[in-house]
Write a protein that binds this ligand. Structure first.
Ligand code: TYD
Length: 227
């Protein structure tokens, strides 16, 4: 079995950057690794991502069902088979996002989300989850600056983090929503301290990258000792 690592955090926390850096370092070290993004990373997942990020006025229960559908597809078609063949999976968001965003953010029942997550993932949880924790207002501020500079540089969505107009449904939620998401993540980390590594996302990306690499290197060394 390969290793399963996930990255979680609120908007503008830098988790996608860290997920990508880890994946690149694993590849550079000759380790078979796959970067997956949620929602996305399957044909159905990309289609659902588009709807989820842009469709206005969606009922919270619909939103939950669509995130669950995208994850079910990803687990079944990609994560499980790849892990079985020994690949290291680096996931940019996974099941904790739904607890934080739909549970704490949208205030849907967390018990129900846990049951749904357990069903669609068939109980598959990451070995380690890096939570990039950041003040919510600071995260949104960072995101605003990133969008602005990419737009000024004339970049498209494909080449950078900037989303097209109408694709920012979550970013545009009020600050109170993002604060609840952060509290949700911190509660999850507290409940499962052996799985979560909480990182102060206000630190420089290079510093965070080294902490993450050290932790993953140890996990890989332990895994190879066991096999
Ligand atoms: P994305 O552009 O990938 O944002 P980020 O870079 O912050 O991951 O958009 C994904 C959005 O979907 C993000 O705002 C968080 C939200 N989301 C949920 O609300 N629930 C979920 O289960 C997942 C996976 C994502």
């Amino acid at each position: 079995m390969g290793l399963f690592i996930s990255f979680e955090g609120g908007e503008g926390s830098g988790k996608s950057t860290q997920a990508k850096r880890l994946w690149e370092r694993l590849r550079d070290a000759g380790c078979p690794a796959l970067l997956v993004q949620e929602p996305g990373s399957t044909p159905l997942g990309w289609a659902l991502r588009n709807l989820l990020k842009s469709h206005q006025g969606m009922a919270p229960s619909t939103e939950l069902a669509l995130f669950a559908a995208a994850r079910a597809e990803l687990v079944e078609k990609v994560i499980k088979p790849e892990l079985t063949s020994g690949t290291v999976i680096v996931a940019d968001r996974y099941l904790d996002s739904t607890v934080a965003y739909q549970g704490y953010g949208r205030r849907l029942p967390v018990e129900l989300i846990n049951t749904l997550n357990a069903f669609i993932t068939q109980g598959l949880k990451p070995t380690r989850t890096f939570l990039l924790d950041l003040d919510s207002a600071e995260g949104l501020r960072r995101l605003g600056q990133a969008q602005l500079s990419l737009v000024q540089e004339g970049e498209t969505r494909q080449s950078g983090r900037a989303d097209q107009e109408g694709q920012r449904r979550f970013e545009e939620e009020p600050l109170a929503f993002h604060r609840r998401v952060r509290q949700g993540y911190l509660a999850l980390a507290k409940a499962e301290p052996q799985r979560f590594v909480v990182l102060d996302a206000s630190k420089p990306p290079e510093v965070l990258e080294e902490v993450i690499w050290k932790e993953v290197s140890t996990l890989l060394a332990n895994a190879s000792l066991r096999s």
